[in-house]
Design a protein around this ligand. Sequence first.
Ligand code: BG6
Length: 555
Amino acid sequence: MSRQNRRSANGALYDFATDSSAGPTDVDHVGHQFDLVDRQAQQNTNPLSTGLRLERVPAPCVMVIFGVSGDLTARKLMPSLYDLAVGHPLPEGFSIVGVSHRDWNDEIFRAEMRKAAEEGAGAPVTDETWELFAQGLFYVKGSFEDEATYTDLKTRLETIDEERRAHGNRLFYLATSPKFYAPIIRHLGASDIAHRQDIYYNRPDNWNRIVVEKPFGRDVESARALNAQIGAVFSERQIYRIDHYLGKETVQNVLAFRFANTLFEPVWNRQYVDHVQITVAESIGVEGRGGYYEDSGALRDMVQSHILQLLAVIAMEPPALFNGNALRDEKVKVLRAVVPPAGDGVAAKTVRGQYEAGYVGGREVEAYRDEKGVRPGSRTETYVALELGIDNWRWAGVPFYLRTGKRLPRRVTEIAVEFKQVPHLMFQSVGHLDLSPNVITMRIQPDEGIALKFAAKVPGPSTQLRPVRMDFLYGSAFGEAGPDAYERLLLDAMLGDPTLFARRDEVETAWALMQPIMDGWDEDGQPIYPYESGTWGPSRADAMLRRESREWRRP
Ligand code: BG6
């Protein structure tokens, strides 16, 4: 028996057997086997990590990735699928069909995907493990707009269904440029590769689901049009709009923190909360995606999707159940109560910026306007700061400050809930006070964790108070990282669990919130403020908070 036990970069133990006598094993009909990870033994190493691993096994299926030669497949999808296959039993005969215009065949496709897995997967790629995984990889060459591509795809899928017993179960994944979404969906319907399933969407055989990547439209109108196009072929229950932030463990932990503890929810409202800050800072620039980014900008790329999702989970009411509709109903409800700046408010309550040359992490970097694919006089924002209000019983009058930017000093995503000062401070007359308000900080990435800042007495005979921190760190509490966001979401889509995907009304509501801001910025003479790469954005954003006697945190 040859068995390799390795620790991956994130500390998870992968256990891959190459001998059928090795432990409990899933043997599929084409004669290869994925070893079942000995989950019990792994969990025994740290009782706190029970539940960290992805436990459920989906029904046999074929995943069809459109745009398989692109950046997303190489950076995210393939490494995650490989990690899933190695660290978790994927269904027997699980197969991937890649579709792209590139002049590849099965062999080249497999070689390219191996490079992607070697580069991005947490699990080690060995000849043995790769061989097993690659047996399920197939390639169809063709244009997304050409009927012949779908004829070839159909034949290929029928063969795979027969040889690898996928029972007609198909997960389509749109990883192409959004301009191809409509033709792909139309052809899938017309060629009878995909079919609408209104009632038996969860049946074990012949299920079809489609995962749609962001950007989901570029404004309300285009999002509605796209929803209608997809809705003509798939029912809502078959549509999985992906926002990878929802797959992040720490984002899901916001739900646990709020709704599985008695302590915090009673103070989670306008009586006690002064304001909330959500920061998604990136040190990277546009990384060769200038063409895409020029048409997008930070508001569309980050705020409409990831940041509004963070806002929704932090501000929503407690759902009665933890399931797709109960959770998404509450998210939509709170998003509908959000009041975005409009008219004159756009200039007062939003700041957009664009990075200039500078230094990030000691490395000299070029200005946004000098990046490949960016117009020389571009007015696309790479930074946004804005203030939103939420007009409901819980949050009326509490400002939510959001900001995101590229080429900031470091990568950090955090949500900070800052509480009001105590109503009366008896210590005032007796000692030296360095009092800042209580803050709960949820660190989404990196150094995932939750911190509570509160006042403590400095040891000694005098009464001196100073803020101190109480820290919970994922790494030390659980001893290992959870699955990558894409791993979690891909598995959920295969399992037919839409809880962590955006629903139609959610996406449209989020776009509707962005519309007045986009309209305001489109008016003549609206400024865009330059900032030096490696700084925390334009000083105008600091001024925006200072006007309200507050300041941005320095995460
Ligand atoms: C993507 C955006 O959705 O999220 C990118 O298009 C951004 O511009 C990325 O860099 C950030 O994701 P993460 O997981 O690295 O925070």
